[in-house]
Design a binder for this molecule. Structure first.
Ligand SMILES: NC(=O)c1ccc[n+]([C@@H]2O[C@H](COP(=O)([O-])OP(=O)(O)OC[C@H]3O[C@@H](n4cnc5c(N)ncnc54)[C@H](O)[C@@H]3O)[C@@H](O)[C@H]2O)c1
Length: 251
C-alpha cells in the first residue's frame, strides 16, 4: 500500500495511461479525482474504481476556470491533494512542417503546456510537504521525430513547465518530475502511428517496434508502475527529473 490514504488528481483519467495509473493508485490505497473531456468515460472509470475511492469532473485543461473548478471539486471532497498526475494530451496533426496547420500547432501546445501549467498552478495551493507532481511528456519531449512538430514542441515545453515548478516548489518539499513514455499501446498512439506510416494498426505498430531497442510497445499498466514510483515516497529524493520509460528509444 504505497499510497495508503493519499489523494490523487489525474487528468486524462478516463482512458489509456491515465486510467491505468488511477487504477494502480487506487490499488495502492489512494483516492483519485479524475479529470478529462469524456463524461461517460470518466463516470465509467470512477464506477469501476468504486464510489468511495473515485470521483470525476469534466474539464478541458486549456480552460483555466474549468481546471480551477475541477481541482476545487477534488479538494472539497477530499480536503487536499498529495499526488497530481497531469497527463491529458492530444496528438495534434501528423504532417510535414510545410503542411502542418499553425492553428493545430498552437492548440497542441495549449493542451500540453498551458494545460499542465493550469493544473500545477491551481493544484499548488492544495499541496503539502511530500506531495508529488508528475507531468506526462513523451519520449519526443527528449528527442525529435518527423511529422509531428506540434506534438514535439508541446512535449518539450512540458519539460520547461516541470523544471520551473520543480525549482519553485522545492522549498515547500514538493517534488515535480516529468514522465517520458515510449510508444504505449493505446488508441492515441495507434492514431499517430497509422497516420505517420499510412499502414494498418498492426503493420504500423510493427514498424514502430523496429525502432524500439526492446522491440515492443509498453502497456499502459507498465507505464503506471513508474507513475506509482514517482507518486510514492520510493522516489522521495527525485525532483526535476526527466524519467524515460521507452524501451531504449532515446539511447
Ligand atoms: N500512448 C503513447 O504511446 C504515449 C507515449 C508518450 C506520451 N503519451 C502521453 O500520455 C498521455 C496519455 O495518452 P494516452 O496514450 O493514454 O492516450 P488517451 O487518448 O487514452 O489519453 C489522453 C487523455 O487526455 C484527455 N484529454 C485530451 N485533451 C484534453 C483536454 N484538452 N482537456 C482534458 N483532457 C484532455 C482525453 O480525454 C484522454 O482521456 C498524453 O499526454 C500523451 O501525449 C502517450
Amino acid at each position: 500500500m504505497r499510497l495508503d490514504g493519499k489523494i490523487a488528481l489525474v487528468t486524462g483519467g478516463e482512458s489509456g495511461i491515465g486510467r491505468a495509473s488511477a487504477t494502480a493508485m487506487v490499488d495502492e490505497g489512494a483516492k483519485v479525482h479524475l479529470v478529462g473531456l469524456d463524461g461517460d468515460g470518466l463516470e465509467q472509470a470512477a464506477v469501476e474504481l468504486g464510489e468511495q475511492r473515485a470521483s470525476w469532473t469534466v474539464a478541458d485543461v486549456t480552460d483555466e476556470d474549468a481546471v480551477r473548478d475541477a481541482i476545487g471539486a477534488a479538494v472539497e471532497r477530499y480536503g487536499r491533494l498529495d499526488v497530481v498526475f497531469s497527463n491529458a494530451g492530444n496528438t495534434g496533426a501528423v504532417a510535414p512542417l510545410e503542411d502542418y496547420p499553425s492553428d493545430e500547432f498552437a492548440r497542441t501546445l495549449q493542451v500540453h503546456a498551458l494545460g499542465a501549467f493550469h493544473v500545477v498552478k491551481h493544484a499548488s495551493p492544495h499541496l503539502g510537504e511530500g506531495a508529488s507532481v508528475i507531468i506526462t511528456s513523451s519520449v519526443v519531449g527528449l528527442m525529435g521525430f518527423a511529422g509531428i512538430s506540434g506534438y514535439i514542441a508541446a512535449k518539450h515545453a512540458q519539460v520547461g513547465v516541470m523544471r520551473a515548478a520543480a525549482k519553485e516548489l522545492a522549498p515547500r518539499r514538493i517534488r515535480v518530475n516529468s514522465l517520458h513514455p515510449g510508444p504505449t499501446s493505446t488508441a492515441f498512439q495507434d492514431s499517430i502511428e497509422m497516420r505517420a506510416t499510412g499502414a494498418s494498426q498492426q503493420d504500423a505498430a510493427a514498424a514502430f517496434d523496429e525502432l524500439i531497442p526492446l522491440h515492443r510497445h509498453a502497456t499502459p499498466a507498465e507505464i503506471a508502475r513508474t507513475v506509482l514510483y514517482l507518486a510514492s515516497d520510493d522516489s522521495a529524493f527525485m525532483t526535476g527529473a526527466t524519467v524515460a520509460v521507452d524501451g531504449g528509444l532515446t539511447i
